[in-house]
Design a protein around this ligand. Structure first.
Ligand code: ADP
Ligand code: 5GP
Length: 186
């Protein structure tokens, strides 16, 4: 298999994490990029598994030394980024390097690595996206409102990348994603 960067893109709450979890369960050979962030871990999250949790200073140092493929400030307070070296190494090793990423980050990766394959995950409807975000229960009402406002704009980018998948059922979305990136049915 030839290595490539695959970006899973979409608004907060659309189900990227859930679909990617299903995909990784079926295809353990996929290499998954662990992002760096300055936000605090949520209950149940582990450093080095869900994210690398960095201080502001640590993040800045890495960014200024050219170690980030992309960075973003999400919702005006927390910084997120993808470290370049591990991604490039995974691709050189012939692996699918999967990036779960927001829209701005995806645009930066596409600019830096034009071969990166982008799949946009769309909700069945805006109302369903809102229900999922509320149902997840990880943000307060103000943060949910901010994410939905951002999502309304982000959904306009559905045709900007190489393909999109509607996350109706997790099983079907994961199957479509696998097919799009050239993985055999499993
Ligand atoms: P993201 O990673 O895009 O922010 P999550 O994976 O955290 O989104 O999903 C947001 C919420 O929606 C979670 O509570 C998740 O269980 C739920 N969810 C994800 N996909 C589906 C689906 N296909 N049908 C119903 N609920 C879903
Ligand atoms: P959360 O705090 O809910 O885990 O993630 C918030 C947002 O940050 C999500 O929309 C997620 O896609 C985005 N995000 C996570 N990691 C990265 C990253 O490495 N780069 C960019 N640009 N966005 C990221």
């Amino acid at each position: 298999m030839t290595g490539k960067i695959v970006m899973v893109i979409g608004p907060s709450g659309v189900g990227k994490g859930t679909v990617v979890r299903e995909l990784r369960a079926r295809y353990p050979e996929i290499w998954f990029s662990i992002s760096a962030t300055t936000r605090a871990p949520r209950p149940g999250e582990t450093n080095g598994v869900d994210y690398y949790y960095l201080t502001d200073d640590e993040f800045t140092e890495l960014e200024e030394s050219g170690g980030m493929l992309e960075t973003a400030e999400v919702f005006g307070m927390n910084r997120y980024g993808t470290m370049a070296a591990p991604v490039d190494q995974a691709v050189a090793d012939g692996k699918i390097a999967l990036l779960e990423i927001d829209l701005d980050g995806a645009r930066q990766v596409k600019a830096a690595r034009p071969d990166a394959f982008g799949v946009f995950i769309a909700p069945p409807s805006f109302e369903e996206l809102s229900r999922r975000l509320v149902g997840r229960g990880t943000e307060d009402p103000a943060a949910i409102a901010a994410r939905l406002e951002t999502a309304r704009n982000e959904l306009l980018a559905i045709d900007e990348f190489d393909a999109y998948v509607v996350n109706d059922s997790v099983e079907s979305a994961a199957r479509q994603l696998a097919e799009l990136i050239g993985l055999p049915p499993r």
